[in-house]
Ligand binder design. Structure first.
Ligand code: HMG
Ligand code: MG
Length: 297
């Protein structure tokens, strides 16, 4: 295991999808362009879901078309079905992400489908992606708890993650959608999944509802994971997971990793400046402790 961690910046998608303030496409484009200058290697740019379900990202095609595609940076987009995949491909997306959950009740609310139905929907996406040479990431939500079902058995997380990997997802992101996990549970969950899916194909995705995200990430790093999802300024949440607050802030993750002597390739000062700028655009305080500390007068 090396000491390099790849940050998957999900702010423009997971971050913005839950923000009440509708941002104009120009601001989203500037956000992604600024993030492209921070050294991040992966920036999830937007989501080609139904605009009725997520109005904030109705401008996905406009945003994706206009962003500067920096060399060496990949810009995956979320797609729920073949229709979303086709919309993404029309504007030249080269990497997509599909998503399902380890909880039946959550899937019903989020995508109006059971786990099996959701996987049936994106089997054709994976087939087309394989033919097109498009990489597909898979998300498993509610891995440490569900807002509707409560406890989620680890065996369900393992089963769903393995199915996505078997279907051809190159990377599986394990999401604590509502941010209820604690380090020992996060570690045990990751260890169980890693017994069926190679650790190198796993990522962790924490929301900070209970302030546990960094501790959970540390536990998962110790377990061997080297891909971490986060959102600049700690924006976001899931519109279909009541009470879920933002993703862990990218600035805070990068600060912790660099402090531990690990590398990310990210310029923390630029990231902090981008986080502070985004908070101004959204008209609210940043959720990043690092950005607060660095920008305090
Ligand atoms: P539905 O209403 O059950 O679907 O939605 P439908 O197939 O019956 O279609 C209904 C209408 O939507 C039709 O239009 C379709 O054309 C249209 P109409 O005939 O009524 O005019 N439609 C689309 N339009 C644009 N793009 C598409 C698309 N698909 C259908 N791709 C559907 C099913 C999956 C579409 C819907 O439930 C949906 O879009 N859900 C998305 C919800 C979402 O984005 N949630 C947040 C992302 S997940 C998340 O945040 C968790 C994660 O971060 C990890 C974690 O934290 O755990 C990833
Ligand atoms: Mg999320």
């Amino acid at each position: 295991m090396n000491d390099h961690v790849r940050i998957v910046e999900v702010g423009p998608r997971d971050g913005l999808q839950n923000e009440k303030t509708l941002l104009p496409a120009t601001v989203k484009i500037e956000l992604i362009d600024r993030l492209s200058d921070t050294g991040l290697a992966t920036i999830e740019a937007t989501s080609f879901v139904s605009p009725k379900w997520v109005p904030q990202l109705a401008d996905a095609a406009e945003v994706f078309t206009a962003i500067r595609k920096a060399p060496g940076v990949v810009y995956p987009v979320l797609v729920p079905n073949l229709q979303g995949y086709e919309r993404a491909r029309e504007v030249g997306a080269t990497e997509v992400a599909v998503f399902t959950a380890a909880s039946e009740a959550f899937n019903r609310k989020n995508i109006n489908a059971s786990i099996d139905e959701s996987i049936e929907r994106f089997a054709p996406v994976l087939e087309r992606a394989r033919a097109d040479g498009v990489a597909v990431r898979g998300y498993v939500s509610t891995v440490l708890g569900c807002p509707y079902q409560g406890e989620v058995p680890v065996s369900d997380v393992v089963r769903v993650a393995k199915r996505l990997h078997d279907l051809g997802c190159h990377e599986i992101s394990l999401g604590d959608t509502i941010g209820v996990g604690t380090p020992a549970k996060a570690r045990a969950m990751l260890r169980a999944v890693a017994s069926e899916v190679p650790m190198a194909a796993l990522a962790v995705h924490f929301h900070d509802t209970y302030g546990q995200a960094l501790a959970n990430i540390l536990a998962c790093l110790e377990e061997g994971v080297r891909v971490v999802d986060s959102a600049v300024s700690g924006t976001g949440g899931c519109p279909y997971a009541k009470g879920a607050t933002g993703n862990v802030a990218s600035e805070d993750v990068v600060y912790m990793l660099h402090g531990m002597g690990m590398t990310t390739g990210v310029d923390l000062d630029r990231l902090v400046a981008t986080g502070a700028w985004l908070a101004t655009q959204l008209g609210k305080d940043t959720a990043s402790r690092v950005t607060k500390a660095r920008t305090a007068a």
